[in-house]
Design a protein around this ligand. Sequence first.
Ligand SMILES: [Zn+2]
Length: 306
Amino acid sequence: MNDTNNGIVEDNYSNIGALEPEEDTVTTTSSNVNSYTCNDCKCVFSSNLAANKCIMCNSTNLSNNEVNLSTAKFIPFFRTMDNAISEYKYKVKNIMVSRAFKGKKVINNIKKVYLPAYLLDANVKGQVRFFGADKIGKDETRKYELVYDSNFDFNNVLVNGYSKIDDDLFNGICTYQYDKAVPFTEDLLNDTYSISYDLVPLEVSNKVNNRVMRHCLNEIRSNIPHSLKKLHKNDMDVQIKDNNKIYVPVYLVNVKHNNKDHIFLMNGQTGNSYMKVELSGIAIAIFSIVLFAVVFGCAFLFAYFL
Ligand SMILES: [Zn+2]
């Protein structure tokens, strides 16, 4: 038995795995695909549409670019733009939501977009130590040191490959049927955009490590049969075994409000969606006044008649 006064030891990862180099920006002979770089937010995107605005920040400061998508795999869209518009309207229908999120201009700005992602398998293996403890009396605690030799396999871990989309947002709605993936053809980009990868390999492997390691530690922690549990030492290693690039379908619109980005994202296959809206200051003020009047009125009537 050991004392548990030590703080939680930081997760110690190594063997972050080899990843392929980033997608090359090369000259291609493809005819209908146009590619652009936004000189403001650095987004690189491609489409069969001619674009005069950035799909992420609406900047008109674009340069032509050429992106090779010929070896990429894509999961096609299953949900329609009408599905996305209905979902978006539902998300912002609350009367308290700021008007900046409503109206035709925002609706018309919803885009069909393929986001860049990595689909990979990973293994997490090694020893991890926890401290466990149970209270057995008013002032008495029984403590344990617990050692686990772990070996976890993960298949089809999808990792966001674009830095401007928050990972929690991406992980929350982006699960797909990966067997539906098809090789690139230009038809996929009809009325549709694809955003290029913008992470360096180390950033990707760090994301994978954090994600699978967190899952393993949660799994181990949930099986510890003591009321108190604390990570003591983590010698587990993450190995990335197979790593493929895949573009996944979403409907996307970025509403800029109060100098902040508010991204609506809907999974183009399952329809799962997310949007964090901002409430209108005026609506909050009116609601507060009405609420105050109702409470004050009730209190007055109560005092008057009783
Ligand atoms: Zn931009």
